[in-house]
Design a protein around this ligand. Structure first.
Ligand code: NAD
Ligand code: DAU
Length: 355
C-alpha cells in the first residue's frame, strides 16, 4: 500500500508526511511526494527522511497530466492526499494568476488523472480508493462578531483570489463525486501554525522579525480573528478522515481557538521575552500598525463538532502548548530560517512591506 501526496514539501504537507511515516498505524506505508518546489516548497523540511525508502520524492507540477498518470500507474496508490496549492492571501492579491493555475487547473488535472486510474481499478481496490482534498475555512467568507462558527453547511462566500480559487477547487471535487462517483473526501481547516511555517505568514513572520529586531507589521486595527490549530493536529485530522470519513462528505477542522491578531502577536512577543530576552527591551516595542490587507476578512471560526462526533477527532494541543513548541522550534532552527530567507523571500518582503 502506498499513498500519493501532493505539496508534501510545503508547510502542512511536510508535517503530514513526517507524522505519517512516524505513526505506528501507517509508518510502514510509503509516501510518494509530488511537489513543484515553488518558493514555498522546501526539501529541508524532509531532511530527516533522506535515504529512507518509504519516502519517494518527485519534483513536478500537478498540472502535468502525463506525469501524474505515470506516477499513478507506477506506484498504484490507495489514496491521493492533495495539499499542493498557492496558499498566501497577500500574494493572491498582488498576483492571482498562479492561484488559478495551481489551485483550479491543478486540482482539475489531478481529478481527471485520478478518475481514469480509479475507473480502471479492480473492484476491491476501487471501493477502497480515496481522493482527499485539503481545503480551507476561507471559502466560507467572513463572520460577524456574533455569528456562529462555520459549519459544513455554510454557504460559500470567498472574498480573496486565494479563497475563490480554493472554493473553485472544492466545487470541482464535489462535482467529480456527484457526477462520476469518485470517492472523495474534503477537509476545510482553519489557520495552522507550527514547525516549517514559511515566514510570510503571520506567526513565523512575527517570530523571525522580532528576533532580527525588525518591525512587527500588524494590518489595520489588529482585531481580525482567526481560529488557530497546531499543524500536527491538522495532520491527525486528515489521517482520521482518510481512515474513517464518509465518502463525498466535507469535514471542518479547527482548533476551538479564536484569537485576535494583535493578541497572537503579543503572545509571541511574551514568549520570546521569556525564552530569548532582548537587551533592547520587550519585543512588543516592535509592534507597528500598517495599511490593512484589501478585502481583509474580519473573522474566521470553525465548528468542528462533525469530525469529533463521527470520527472522535479533537485537537491534542492547546494554543498555549502549541505556540510554545512553535516559538522554541524557531529558536532551535536558525539555519532553516536563514536558508528560507533567500533572495526571492527578501524581494517579497520589500514588495509587501516596503523598506
Ligand atoms: P504552502 O504554501 O506552505 O505549501 C504548498 C506546497 O505546494 C509547496 O511545497 C509548493 O512547492 C507546492 N506547490 C505549489 N504549486 C504546485 C504545483 N503546481 N505543483 C506541485 N506542487 C506545487 O501551503 P500550506 O500552508 O502547507 O497549505 C497546504 C494546503 O493546505 C493548501 O491546499 C492550503 O490551501 C491548505 N490550507 C492551509 C492552511 C494554513 O493555515 N496554512 C489552512 C487550511 C488549509
Ligand atoms: O484560514 C486558513 C488560511 O489561513 C489558509 O487557507 C491560508 O493558506 C493561510 O495562509 C491562512 O490565511 P490568513 O490570511 O488567515 O493567514 P496569514 O498568516 O497571512 O494572516 C493571518 C492574519 O494576520 C490575517 O488576518 C492577516 C494578518 N497579518 C498577516 C501578515 C502576514 C498581519 O496583520 N500582518 C502580516 O504581516
Amino acid at each position: 500500500m502506498t499513498i500519493l501526496v501532493t505539496g508534501g514539501a510545503g508547510f502542512i504537507g511536510s508535517n503530514f508526511v513526517l507524522d505519517w511515516l512516524a505513526s505506528p498505524e501507517y509508518g510502514d506505508e510509503p509516501v510518494v511526494n509530488l511537489d513543484a518546489l515553488t518558493y514555498a516548497g522546501n526539501l529541508e523540511n524532509l531532511k530527516s527522511l533522506q535515504g529512507d525508502a518509504r519516502h519517494v520524492f518527485v519534483k513536478g507540477d500537478i498540472c502535468d497530466r502525463a506525469l501524474i498518470d505515470r506516477l499513478l500507474a507506477e506506484h498504484q496508490p490507495r489514496a491521493l492526499v492533495h495539499f499542493a496549492a498557492e496558499s498566501h492571501v497577500d500574494r493572491s492579491i498582488s498576483g492571482p494568476g498562479a492561484f488559478m493555475r495551481t489551485n483550479v487547473e491543478g486540482t482539475f488535472t489531478l481529478l481527471e488523472a485520478a478518475r481514469a486510474y480509479w475507473g480502471a481499478m479492480a473492484e476491491q481496490a476501487k471501493a477502497a480508493f480515496r481522493f482527499h482534498h485539503v481545503s480551507t475555512d476561507e471559502v466560507y467568507g467572513s463572520l460577524k462578531a456574533d455569528d456562529p462558527p462555520f459549519a459544513e453547511t455554510n454557504p460559500y462566500e470567498p472574498n480573496s483570489p486565494y479563497s475563490a480559487s480554493k472554493a473553485a477547487s472544492d466545487h470541482l471535487v464535489r462535482a467529480w463525486h456527484h457526477t462520476y462517483g469518485m470517492p472523495v473526501l474534503t477537509t476545510n481547516c482553519s489557520n495552522n501554525y507550527g514547525p516549517y511555517h514559511f515566514p510570510e505568514k503571520l506567526i513565523p513572520l512575527m517570530i523571525v522579525n522580532a528576533l532580527a529586531g525588525k518591525p512587527l507589521p500588524v494590518y489595520g486595527d489588529g482585531q481580525q480573528i482567526r481560529d488557530w490549530l497546531y499543524v500536527k493536529d491538522h495532520a491527525s485530522a486528515i489521517r482520521a478522515v482518510l481512515a474513517g470519513g464518509r465518502v463525498g462528505e466535507v469535514y471542518n477542522v479547527g482548533g476551538w481557538n479564536e484569537m485576535a491578531n494583535i493578541d497572537i502577536v503579543k503572545t509571541v512577543c511574551a514568549l520570546l521575552d521569556e525564552l530569548r530576552p532582548s537587551a533592547d527591551g520587550p519585543y512588543a516595542r516592535l509592534i507597528t500598525y500598517v495599511k490593512d490587507r484589501p478585502g481583509h476578512d474580519r473573522r474566521y471560526a470553525i465548528d468542528a463538532r462533525k469530525i469529533e462526533r463521527e470520527l472522535g477527532w479533537r485537537p491534542a494541543e492547546t494554543f498555549a502548548t502549541g505556540i510554545r513548541k512553535t516559538v522554541q522550534w524557531y529558536l532551535d532552527n536558525p539555519e532553516w530560517v536563514s536558508h528560507v530567507q533567500s533572495g526571492s523571500y527578501r524581494d517579497w518582503v520589500s514588495q509587501q512591506y516596503g523598506s
